[in-house]
Ligand binder design. Structure first.
Ligand code: SF4
Length: 316
């Protein structure tokens, strides 16, 4: 039986960003340097495939530091941690390596700087996300107020409208954040913030590529995990930019083929924590069913790279 023709629009950039790449390298290098087991507080990046792979190499994933013994190294995830976590590790004389993405650390430093200048900080982010918890946890309780929507801004009660600053989570929707920042500036004209916002290059670039291809896609598959903020944003961006059906899939097995009945074009992209091997798996599954022509939709070229911490570069 001949396969139906299909155009597969493949977004670029997609998948791993420099922060995720570095975090995974940190765990692998820690295993080489200190041997197994190495403890990792929280999923190093939000991807089950990556976590399972590191688990087979000897990483043990825990949610809190009190689940780790004092005498084994522990890694903190790419999302960042509240200040209390390294403080506890230091008090227990543990070896720890902080895999917080440097672009998240930059937001931590910004928040601290504003706090030292006497400003109250508004953080635009998702309640309960580890990055938000980590950023808010750089400062004493109450120093940072979280807003998630423009409605939250309308309800916001601040200490002093003339002494305010804002920071953002790095993996937000670029378009939603523009609206929330505008609402903040309209209500609090003196508020200060970063030059644009703190959304990172990888989030921005992946969303831009999805926007560019969405109008040409009957359906879109975003490879990523349900707890990955930037993957979920890609699904929303695809749907808003004109693609009628956008689905988040962790692997090829998750593809809901029935929903794809009759489509003639599919867009494929991946969140910043999804490895290319899973993208290839999804492409192969599509090729099994369709006579595929691949169209590369490249809207940016990335060459960002972050160094691993010095402790891992030095001999054991
Ligand atoms: S998505 Fe952005 S902030 Fe998050 S790890 Fe990647 S580069 Fe860093």
């Amino acid at each position: 039986m001949s396969k139906p023709p299909l155009t597969l629009h493949l977004a670029a950039p997609r998948g791993f960003c420099a922060g995720v790449d570095r975090a995974i390298k940190i765990v692998e290098m820690a295993l080489t340097k200190w041997g197994a087991p190495v403890y990792v507080r929280h999923e190093i990046v939000h991807n089950k495939y990556v976590v399972d792979d590191l688990r087979t190499k000897g990483a043990i994933f825990v949610e809190e530091l009190d689940e780790c013994p004092d005498d084994r190294p522990v890694i903190f995830s790419a999302h960042g941690v509240p200040k209390s976590v390294p403080a506890e590790a230091t008090a227990r004389e543990m070896i720890y390596v902080d895999a917080t993405c440097p672009l998240v650390s930059k937001v931590h430093i910004e928040a601290e700087r504003h706090h030292e200048a006497g400003l109250q900080i508004v953080m635009i982010g998702h309640d309960g996300h580890p990055e938000t918890i980590g950023t808010m946890g750089q400062l004493p309780p109450g120093a940072v107020i979280l807003v998630e929507t423009e409605d939250d801004v309308a309800r916001l009660e601040v200490r002093d409208a003339s002494a305010l600053a804002y920071v953002t989570q790095t993996t937000l929707s670029v378009d939603d954040t523009i609206g929330i920042v505008a609402a903040l500036k309209a209500r609090f004209p003196a508020i200060i913030g970063p030059h644009k916002e703190d959304i990172c290059y990888a989030t921005t670039n992946r969303q831009a590529a999805v926007k560019a291809m969405a109008p040409d896609c009957d359906a879109m598959l975003v490879v990523g995990a349900p707890n990955s903020s930037n993957s979920r944003r890609l699904v929303e961006v695809g749907a808003r930019a004109g693609c009628e059906y956008a689905q988040l899939v962790q692997r090829a097995d998750d593809i809901d083929w029935r929903s794809l009945t009759g489509v003639r074009s599919i867009g494929v992209t991946a969140g910043a924590s999804a490895p290319e091997v899973l993208v290839n798996e999804v492409i192969a599954a599509i090729q099994d069913r369709y006579d595929v022509t691949i169209n590369h939709v490249e809207t940016a070229v990335e060459n960002v790279e972050f160094k691993v911490p010095r402790v891992l570069r030095a001999p054991a």
